[in-house]
Design a protein around this ligand. Structure first.
Ligand code: SF4
Length: 411
């Protein structure tokens, strides 16, 4: 274990992503993400954020950054520390700084370019234990409802909840945390809020299984779009593949070594080869999450298995690791089925099947038929029924969880 830790501490700078995180944490690629269409803008509607450069990690470091911090023993040290004094918004350095997901969820997704306000919103989320992704997705939903007249000044008690209004965002965060007024409606997320609001609001709730999207565009990363729709936990960007890593040969392909071929595949590809890769990376993520390793540290599957062997003495293999990841995915599937979810819940919002009006993805949408086929292929590769997505008895037996048959198919 010490050898592995020493190796990573010596070599992490050779991995461009980890080296970049050491310097700036996440969020260094707001402009480049905007240029390829990955950055979500105004509730995933607009496709291009003209102020992306104003909320980049280097601007944040130069304006308000005071240090980089680390989780225990990690040399990558990706965590930003910010401090704001004598600004419109004050932020205490003890409450951390915004990472990429927060810069996007409380920035471009809301049409907000005010870094100081984003830092303050991030601090409020730390203090109130609010997830910044779900919070940003829910406020973006509310802002679009407000723009369309589905919510009015009467509903918001006078808060001008339009896109770009940073003060309104901060007021609404307080109301959500205190469950007061409009905050009480929004506190359970966009899906629950849409059900209470009605009047067509559901169309504007960008969520799967009640979880708002990570800040990565599924019209660009279509394999991620597949996993957003199928993952048991909803639209989680950490549940699997980010297609843009696997478009060309090089170090970005490293995570798929020992999972499948090293053939590059386009980001919008939804062929069987891509679905197989998406599935395998989902299983790998499940295994890594079970180890409680950080996804930013570029461990290979082999290294993670070696860690497990070293720490437990188990004679574990790569095959068993992926089988364990498969068992996690299948048990989570069974859990959802028992709770009443069906294949119909494996569905992206309609918005992603239409192109954005501006930006790099102008004219690009997910083909609904291709996504439907990919979903069916995913089910088949997982040993689930191709139509219902229910794990087959044979698969449950193979995974050593035959007892779950009764849970998967309630009497
Ligand atoms: S463990 Fe992960 S999140 Fe923590 S400092 Fe290291 S890279 Fe960053």
């Amino acid at each position: 274990m010490r050898d592995l830790a020493r190796w990573m501490n010596t070599n992490y700078m050779n991995f461009s992503i980890a080296a970049g995180f050491h310097e700036l944490g996440t969020g260094a690629g707001m402009v480049s993400g905007n240029a390829i269409g990955n950055l979500p803008v105004r509730n995933w509607r607009d496709g291009q954020f003209d102020d992306a450069a104003m909320i980049q990690a280097d601007v944040l470091r130069d304006s308000y950054g005071v240090a980089m911090e680390a989780c225990p023993s990690c040399q990558i040290r990706c965590k930003k520390v910010v401090e704001l004094e004598n600004e419109s918004y004050k932020v205490d350095r003890r409450n951390g700084g915004p990472e990429y997901e927060t810069l996007a969820a409380l920035g471009s997704l809301l049409g907000i370019n005010d870094l100081a306000a984003i830092c303050r919103a991030n601090e409020l989320c730390s203090l109130y234990s609010l997830d910044t992704i779900s919070l940003g997705g829910t406020i973006a939903f509310a802002m679009e409802c407000f723009e369309k007249g589905i919510l009015t000044l009467k509903d918001t008690a006078g808060i001008d909840l339009r896109f770009g209004n940073a003060d309104a965002m901060l007021k609404v965060i307080e109301l959500i945390a205190q469950r007061q007024g409009i905050g009480d409606i929004l506190a359970d997320g966009s899906r629950a809020a849409a059900r209470r609001i009605g009047r067509g609001a559901a169309e504007l709730a960008m969520q799967v299984k009640g979880i708002e999207f990570g800040m990565h565009e599924p019209r660009l990363k279509q394999g991620l779009g597949l996993i957003y729709s199928i993952a048991a936990q909803g639209a989680d960007h950490m549940a699997g593949a980010h297609d843009t890593f696997f478009m060309q040969e090089g170090r970005g392909m490293e995570p798929v070594r020992s999972l499948d071929s090293l053939d590059p595949l386009p980001a919008d590809d939804l062929s069987t080869a891509k679905v197989d890769r998406v599935k395998n990376l989902h299983l790998l993520r499940n295994f890594s999450d079970s180890l409680v390793t950080c996804n930013f540290v570029p461990w290979t599957l082999r290294q993670q298995v070696d860690m497990l062997r070293a720490l437990t003495g188990w004679d574990y293999t790569d095959f068993e690791a992926l089988r364990q990841g498969e068992r996690v995915a299948t048990m989570a599937r069974v859990f959802n089925l028992r709770e009443g979810l069906t294949a119909a819940d494996d569905q992206l919002p309609q918005r992603f099947f239409s192109p954005t009006p501006r930006g790099a993805l102008k004219g690009t949408a997910i083909d609904p038929e291709a996504m439907k086929r990919a979903k069916r292929t995913f089910y088949i590769l997982m040993g689930w029924d191709p139509i219902t997505g229910v794990p087959t008895q044979e698969k449950l037996e193979q995974l050593g969880i035959a007892w779950a048959v009764a849970e998967a198919v309630p009497a």
